[in-house]
Design a protein around this ligand. Structure first.
Ligand code: R5P
Length: 213
C-alpha cells in the first residue's frame, strides 16, 4: 500500500475516537490533513476543533468546522496528530512541519493523544529524523553551542519562521536512547521554546494505517 494510502487510512481510523458533542484537538501535517477531511463528514456531530497551526486552522475553516481558542475550550478529551518518528514506547519526534510548540500545548491539554502515522515512521530508537527545536531568534547561536556540547549537530532551518515568530534548529547525529531525559535537559537551555521530543507525554494510541498499536 502506498504511503499516502496508509496516511489516509490512519486519518479515517482516528474518527472512531471522536465523541459526539466534543471539541477535538487537531494536529498538523499531511497525515492530519486526511483526518480533517474525514472530520468534515461528521462536523455536525462535534462542537468544533482546537487547532495547532495556521495551516490546520485554514483547512478546518474551509470545511466549515468551527475553530475554538484553547483558553475558551478548556481541557480536551482527544488530540489527533501525526509524527515524524515513533518508537515502540509510543514516544515521538515531531516538528518536521515546524508546528511542535502549539502541538505540544494542545497535546498536554488533552486526555488522550491518538497518533496517526504510516509505517515509515516506526523506528526502534528515535533520532534518525533530525530533532526539531524551536528557539527564540536571538538565542539561536547560544542554543546551537549548548547542543554541540551534547554531541548534537544543529542545523538552522533557514527561512522558516514558526507560527509563534520563532526559528527552528534541526539536530542531527543523536541516537536518542533516553528521550525523557534528553527532553528535560534540552528544555533547560535558555532560549529553547520547545523540543520536538514527545517523550514525557507520548502518544496513548498509535494508528499505523488502520492498525492499532
Ligand atoms: O510540525 C509538524 C508536525 O509535528 C507533524 O505532525 C509531523 O511533521 C508529521 O507530519 P506528516 O504527517 O506530514 O508526516
Amino acid at each position: 500500500m502506498t504511503q499516502a494510502n496508509q496516511k489516509r487510512l490512519a486519518g479515517e481510523a482516528a474518527i472512531a475516537y471522536v465523541e459526539d458533542d466534543s471539541v477535538v484537538g487537531v494536529g498538523t501535517g499531511s497525515t492530519v490533513a486526511f483526518f480533517i477531511d474525514a472530520l468534515a463528514n461528521i462536523k455536525d456531530r462535534i462542537r468544533g476543533a482546537v487547532s495547532s497551526s495556521e495551516q490546520s486552522t485554514a483547512q478546518l475553516k474551509r470545511h466549515g468546522i468551527e475553530v475554538l481558542d484553547l483558553n475558551a475550550a478548556g481541557p480536551l478529551d482527544l488530540y489527533v496528530d501525526g509524527a515524524d518518528e515513533c518508537d515502540p514506547h509510543k514516544r515521538l519526534i515531531k516538528g518536521g512541519g515546524a508546528a511542535l510548540t502549539r502541538e505540544k500545548i494542545v497535546a498536554a491539554a488533552s486526555r488522550q493523544f491518538v497518533c496517526i502515522i504510516d509505517a515509515s515512521k516506526q523506528v526502534d530508537v528515535l533520532g534518525n529524523f533530525p530533532l526539531p527545536i524551536e528557539v527564540i531568534p536571538m538565542a539561536r547561536s547560544h542554543v546551537a553551542r549548548q547542543i554541540s556540547k551534547l554531541d548534537g549537530h544543529p542545523v538552522w532551518r533557514d527561512g522558516t519562521v514558526t507560527d509563534n515568530g520563532n526559528w527552528i534548529l534541526d539536530v542531527h547525529g543523536w541516537r536518542i536512547t533516553d528521550p525523557v531525559a534528553l527532553e528535560s535537559e534540552l528544555n533547560q537551555i535558555a532560549g529553547v521554546v520547545s523540543v520536538g521530543l514527545f517523550a514525557r507525554r507520548g502518544a496513548d494510541v498509535v494508528l499505523v494505517g488502520d492498525r492499532k498499536l
